[in-house]
Ligand binder design. Structure first.
Ligand SMILES: Nc1nc2c(ncn2[C@@H]2O[C@H](COP(=O)(O)OP(=O)(O)OP(=O)(O)O)[C@@H](O)[C@H]2O)c(=O)[nH]1
Length: 369
């Protein structure tokens, strides 16, 4: 195992679905302080999109493809970090100044921290520098009410970045700040413009300075890891994940290998939002539209909010067409896929055709901008 003169600092970037992690990362990566930084992205869902949205040369972005939140991700993360250390040692890559691990929005960050702090293959070459948790000022309070993972993300953080304060009510922001302070009194709460100086170099991660609960989670995690080793499971077995996955949450990946008319996309999203907005935790997509095939449309939705879509200047490498990932809560199984199929003109036998579904007078603000 490669042991550099000084272990490479690892920053874990966490935060609930759509909170603004990738946006923050893109801004940070433009700063000279982040040259020679490797970015590891943990994807949720089986269609890779996140890495396309990180505006860095693809060389520096490593994607962990499987969104299993428990042992698979941990195994892959460890393998990836060990492989990077090996490549530094053999001179195949320049020494890294830093690694940033962006967790999926649904992830309980504790297993990730546990791996970085405790895995023998990792501790020699890396040190956990800190955990940055992004909290969305619009949805943050509701998210903390509903999702234990979000509470953990805030509780384990060294720095908290409050995003979307431009969209939120001042009183609600103040209330959210005090809630965050109660969960994690030690972590500074910064605004969406926080730079590398404020966010990085937090010092060696020390669970002892966190709340009592955090120390307990980390201890529980050590027991969990031990139990796995003891039983000799591999990373792809199908054991009971119920303690970690929320069974009510599903990922739906929609893929089409041809462009769609903008109006079709708009009507599909609008109908979905107006009928099942509450159940739509997160939506993200890159779309080839008939009207402008060279400039992909990127859509982001977070709970009820659909952000004004943006057009990228050009396509990233890889296939075109339509790729949308949705993370849903309590959504009837297959509903989203059937609706999409109907709009995309490939209805199943018992699905109404698109003409009927498109009879929808609502319009999404900013969609045609
Ligand atoms: N108005 C406003 N929008 C923001 C801010 N930060 C992020 N957004 C928008 O929020 C949406 C989601 O941002 P992302 O950076 O993709 O969020 P994420 O946390 O990486 O999302 P996941 O990877 O799905 O968990 C995008 O449309 C961003 O442009 C902010 O401070 N203000």
């Amino acid at each position: 195992m490669y042991t550099p003169a000084a272990p490479v600092p690892v920053t874990v970037l966490t935060g609930f679905l759509g909170a603004g992690k990738t946006t923050l990362l893109n801004r940070l990566l433009k700063d000279p302080a982040l040259t020679d930084t490797a970015v590891i992205i943990n994807e949720f869902g089986d269609v890779a999109i996140d890495h396309l949205l990180v505006e860095q040369s693809s060389d520096g972005v490593i994607e962990l493809s499987d969104g299993c939140l428990c042992c698979t991700v941990r195994g892959e993360l460890v393998d990836t970090l060990a492989d990077l250390a090996d490549r530094m040692q053999t001179g195949r890559i320049q020494p890294l100044r830093r690694v940033i691990v962006e967790t999926t929005g649904l992830a309980d960050p504790v297993p990730v921290l546990q791996s970085i702090m405790a895995h023998p293959a990792i501790v020699a070459a890396y040190r956990l520098d800190g955990v940055v948790a992004v909290v969305d000022a619009v949805n943050g309070a509701a998210t903390l009410d509903r999702h234990a993972e979000a509470v953990k993300q805030v509780a384990v953080a060294d720095r908290i970045v409050l995003t979307k304060t431009d969209l939120a009510d001042k009183a609600a922001v103040a209330e959210l700040r005090s809630r965050i302070a109660a969960l994690n009194p030690g972590a500074p709460v910064l605004g969406p413009d926080a730079g590398p100086a404020a966010l990085l170099d937090c010092g060696l991660y020390d669970p002892a300075t966190k709340s009592v609960d955090v120390a307990r989670w980390l201890r529980d995690e050590a027991l969990h890891a031990h139990a796995h080793d003891h039983h000799g499971h591999d990373h792809h077995h199908d054991h009971d994940h119920g303690h970690r996955h929320d069974e009510r949450i599903r990922t739906v990946s929609l893929v089409l290998d041809r462009p769609l008319p903008l109006a079709t996309v708009e009507n599909f999203l609008d109908l979905l939002r107006s009928t099942h907005g509450d159940q739509l935790l997160r939506m993200k997509g890159i779309i080839e539209t008939v009207e402008n095939r060279d400039r992909p449309l990127v859509i982001h939705g977070v709970q009820k909010v659909l952000h004004p879509p943006v057009r990228l200047e050009r396509w990233p490498e890889g296939p075109r067409g339509v790729r949308i990932v949705m993370i849903t809560l309590d959504m009837p199984q297959d509903y989203v896929r059937r609706l999409f199929d109907a709009f995309a003109g490939q209805p199943r036998i018992d699905t109404p055709d698109r003409a009927a579904l498109e009879d929808n007078p609502l319009a999404i603000a900013g969609f045609r901008g």
